[in-house]
Design a protein around this ligand. Structure first.
Ligand SMILES: C[S@@+](CC[C@H](N)C(=O)[O-])C[C@H]1O[C@@H](n2cnc3c(N)ncnc32)[C@H](O)[C@@H]1O
Length: 267
């Protein structure tokens, strides 16, 4: 039985030549194919195929919020340019001058962190359990793979549409190789005023809602990662699962909690 993606109410194609793609995705995700935005209801999420990619639209009682993943866009490229080895994320996953860990990004989302890590040269496996987000990632990865400026970065990113628990269990049975580092970026609780929260995060909250409050697989990750597990947290938040990390890298608004594993733990 297909599981209907939560909170997504339909798919639309903005041009006739995109109709087959939209139809294909509607069938895959078991969602209605809509004829126009006139059918959009308030407080809902829609996917729209446009010539530049698959957009997500969250309707609100104000302007609808729109986002689409474009790895050639400033939002992503800035991260590529500022993603030097000194950046907190690079340090957190253990990148060194002559060493690039294989990273499992177990909570891919809009893949900003995965793209940064792949830009730095890491092989990154992306896991995303929301079929709506995974469809957007798949579309963006496919498009970017034809862009000669970033094709080599994109080639280091491999997406699996699946839950991290299931993937990590498959690692324990050797179906997938054990990664050097596992990265977890749980959704931050919606505390800030809407205006202060970035548009992408507002959309994520509307799409995933309480669906994202299920426990994160920290224990399993600790058992599987060869070198470390990295958890991104709001600066003042409690430790994930109340488990104290080996050390922390603290930034302006957030921090990375690093749990050393395997041989690293006793080194
Ligand atoms: C805060 S977002 C991650 C943002 C991401 N780091 C980025 O750079 O765009 C968290 C994402 O993890 C996904 N997620 C949560 N639990 C998951 C699980 N058990 N397996 C796979 N994905 C999961 C959610 O669907 C959501 O897209």
């Amino acid at each position: 039985m297909k599981t209907k993606p939560k909170f997504c109410s339909g798919i639309l194609a903005k041009a006739a030549h995109l109709q087959p793609l939209a139809q294909q995705l509607a069938t895959k995700l078991d969602l209605p194919l809509l004829e126009s935005e006139a059918h959009f209801e308030q407080g809902a999420i829609y996917l729209i195929y446009q010539t530049d990619g698959l957009h997500i639209v969250a309707t609100t009682n104000r302007q609808p919020l729109r986002f689409h993943i474009d790895f050639t866009d400033g939002l992503y490229l800035r991260r590529q340019q500022t993603g030097g080895k000194e950046q907190g994320l690079a340090k957190a996953v253990g990148i060194k001058q002559n060493y690039l860990p294989r990273v499992l990004d177990a909570t891919a989302g809009f893949a900003r962190d995965s793209f940064t890590l792949a830009s730095l040269g890491c092989q990154v496996t992306l896991l995303e359990r929301s079929p709506v987000l995974a469809a957007m990632l798949e579309d963006a990865i496919e498009r970017a793979s034809y862009d000669h400026q970033i094709a080599s970065i994109i080639a280091r990113m491999q997406l699996h549409t699946m839950d991290a628990h299931a993937y990590l269990i498959d690692v324990t049975t050797n179906k997938y190789p054990a990664p050097d580092a596992i990265y977890l970026d749980p959704m931050f609780p919606e505390r800030k005023k809407k205006a202060q929260v970035k548009k992408e995060m507002q959309i994520l909250h509307q799409l995933l809602g309480s669906d994202d409050q299920t426990p994160y697989p920290l224990e399993l990750a600790l058992a599987v990662a060869k070198q470390r597990v990295v958890v991104k947290r709001p600066k003042q938040a409690e430790d994930l699962n109340n488990q104290q990390p080996s050390y922390r890298i603290v930034g302006k608004a957030s921090r990375y909690d690093i749990y050393l594993t395997g041989e690293n733990k006793t080194a």
